[in-house]
Write a protein that binds this ligand. Structure first.
Ligand code: FEO
Length: 169
């Protein structure tokens, strides 16, 4: 496999683990606010990010590529209100989409159809992740300033449960 693609795949493992760390940090923030539903939402999100990291790891292993772990960065965002992590999460997902697109671009240029096929799942996943993040922001803007509305939104987020990824390698 093309060295640059292998490098980007390896880097993506780190990016996905960082995403998990970032979302756990958001869960901690909501826990401090006693918004346990939002804390649950981001805890589940962190579990999904760990799954993403493991999928990249497994894909590299299956293809006989050397995996090198780098340090995982410290989440350094600060929040001054309950909507802030939601906005930061959407921005972060857009960034992750750009990373997936970058790998896809390299795979396409190298005619690496296997990696393109693998990444197709992530292209779809990123669309869903951005849509979910956007939807939560919009509903927060509609209902979040009303205490009862915020309570119901928190209850909705409390109902989110972890589901294993549909992609199995
Ligand atoms: Fe793994 Fe939320 O992107």
């Amino acid at each position: 496999m093309n060295e640059k693609i292998a490098f980007l795949l390896n880097q993506q493992i780190n990016k996905e683990f960082y995403s998990a760390y970032l979302y756990l940090d958001m869960a901690n923030y909501y826990d401090e606010l006693d918004l346990d539903g939002f804390a649950n939402y981001f805890t589940v999100q962190a579990q999904e990010e760990r799954d993403h990291a493991m999928l990249f790891l497994k894909y590299m292993q299956i293809n006989g590529l050397k995996v090198t772990f780098e340090e995982i960065g410290r989440p350094d965002k600060t929040y001054s209100g309950a909507v802030d992590p939601l906005l930061a999460a959407l921005e972060h997902e857009k960034y992750v989409t750009s990373l997936i697109n970058d790998i896809y671009h390299e795979a396409h240029a190298a005619k690496d159809y296997r990696t393109m096929k693998f990444l197709d799942w992530f292209v779809d996943e990123q669309m869903e992740e951005e849509d979910s993040a956007n939807s939560l922001i919009n509903r927060f803007k509609l209902f979040g300033s009303d205490p009862k509305g915020l309570y119901l939104l928190d209850q909705e987020c409390a109902a989110r449960v972890y589901a294993a990824p549909s992609l199995v390698l």
